[in-house]
Design a protein around this ligand. Structure first.
Ligand code: SF4
Length: 161
């Protein structure tokens, strides 16, 4: 199932596009004053009201959203190119996308506490190649190792971008 089909199915909307993926009715384009859009994760365990409502999401928040989008898309068998596009679209509209993809993750029965990372988040990924493997640092891996960028994993050589 492609990303568009996934989002159409989940929301029952025909007008869903990759640019306006799946925002439920009643969700505004702006963050709620109480920052209710903040994803609850082990890193951000509760809603914090001490910051201005329209603050730009931090790098960590953006990384968390990108990982969430990738996981949701993977759960629905989206292709790598679709996942990449979905991440880009989501980061351009952080708050609504966070609401949307958190909903989708819950509907799919996914846990939000998955601490595995993906190669697309790793500074060692250059093009499609793993530079750590190229240096021979990943035991058992070919030096031309091309990891799946959106496959959750635990890797000793993970190096956050
Ligand atoms: S070091 Fe590990 S996480 Fe990073 S790109 Fe290579 S295989 Fe992926």
């Amino acid at each position: 199932m492609g990303l568009d089909a996934l989002l159409n199915r989940m929301q029952g909307r025909e007008s869903v596009t990759p640019v306006t993926p799946c925002y439920p009715a009643g969700v505004t384009a702006k963050p709620a004053p109480d920052k209710a859009c903040t994803l609850v994760t082990p890193v951000t365990p509760q809603i914090i009201n001490s910051e201005p409502a329209n603050e730009t999401p931090s790098q960590q928040e953006q990384a968390d959203l990108a990982r969430l989008v990738a996981r949701v898309c993977r759960a629905y068998d989206c292709h790598d190119a679709e996942i990449s596009q979905a991440i880009e679209t989501a980061l351009a509209d952080y708050c609504d996308a966070l609401t949307c993809y958190t909903d989708l993750a819950k509907q799919a029965g996914m846990t939000l506490n998955d601490d595995r990372r993906m190669c697309f988040e790793c500074a060692e990924l250059s093009g499609s190649y793993c530079m750590a493997a190229r240096r021979g640092e990943i035991k058992g891996a070919d030096r031309r190792y091309e990891p799946m960028p959106y496959q959750p994993k635990r890797c000793d050589k993970f190096n956050a971008r």
